[in-house]
Design a binder for this molecule. Sequence first.
Ligand code: NAD
Length: 291
Amino acid sequence: MDIQTIGIVGAGQMGNGIAHVMALAGYDVKLTDVSEDALRAAIEIIDGNLERQVNREKISAGDKAAAMARIQTTTTLTDLGKSDLIIEAATERETVKQAIFEDLIPHLKPETILTSNTSSISITRLASRTDRPEKFMGFHFMNPVPVMQLVELIRGIATDEETFKACADVVEKLNKTAASAEDFPAFIVNRILMPMINEAVYTLYEGVGSVKSIDSSMKLGANHPMGPLELADFIGLDTCLAIMNVLHDGLADTKYRPCPLLTKYVEAGWLGRKTQRGFYDYRGDEPVPTR
Ligand code: NAD
C-alpha cells in the first residue's frame, strides 16, 4: 500500500514530533487535538525545531518551508478520515484512545491503516475494538521524535503482513530504524529500560548510593549517556511509575514491583523536569540532587 497522507491524533510532546518528521519526509500531515492551544503550541514547537535544524545546516530553509506547508491542523477528528495511515498519539488512557477510534472509524477508507503510539496499552485489545484488527498495529516512537533513531513496530495478534510492511516502509522513509516487537507489556525498550530505572530508585531508597553517585556510576561505569535518575526525570516519574505498574500487572512477577520511593515522588507531584522537581531540582541555574 502506498502511504501519502498521515493523520496524527494528539498534538502533545509526541504528536508534534511525529508531525515534524513525517512532514520533513514528504508526507502530507493532518494533525488534530481537542485543544486549540495544543495545536497552536505544536506548530510553534515544530517551527522552532525545524529552524534549529536549518541553523545546524541539517536541512535547508526550503525543506523547512515545504515541511511546514505539508502540515494542516484541525480540531475536528473526522477531518482525518481520508488519511492512508492514522497514528494515534493522544493521552495515555485506554478510554480516550478507544473513543478516538470509535469516532474515527465510520469516516475511514476501508484500506486505512490504524496505529497507536501507546507505550503500554495492549495493541491486540485496542485492535479488537475496531473494525480492522488486521490493519491495526503499534507505531511506537521514542522521545524526542526528531532525534531518536528507533521506532518499535508492534504487531497485534491479528495484524497482517501487508500492514506491517507498509508501516516498516514509512519508518525507512523517515531514515529511522524499525524494531519489530511482539505485543507484550511495554514491548522491548521500556521492558528493559524501566526495570533498570526502577532498580536505580531502589539503590537510592536503600541508601546504596546518592542521586549523584548512582548517575555518575552508570555514566562513567556503564557508558550510558545519561544517568538513570536524570533519565527518569526527563521521561517523567509518573510515566515511569505507570509503565512499572503495567509490567507488574501484565506479567504478574514481583521483580517488577515499583519502588516505594518512586511512588512517593509521584505522590508529591515531583514528576521530574516537567514540574521542575524530581530526583533533581531544576528551579535554579544548575540541577541540584533532591537526595
Ligand atoms: P501529551 O500529554 O504531551 O499529549 C497528549 C495530547 O493528546 C494532548 O495535547 C491532549 O490535548 C491530546 N488529546 C487528549 N484527548 C484527545 C482526543 N480525544 N483527541 C485528540 N487529542 C486528544 O502526551 P505525549 O507524551 O505526547 O504522549 C502521547 C502518546 O504517546 C501516549 O500514548 C504515550 O504513551 C505515547 N508515548 C509517549 C512517550 C513520551 O516519552 N512522552 C514516548 C513514546 C510514546
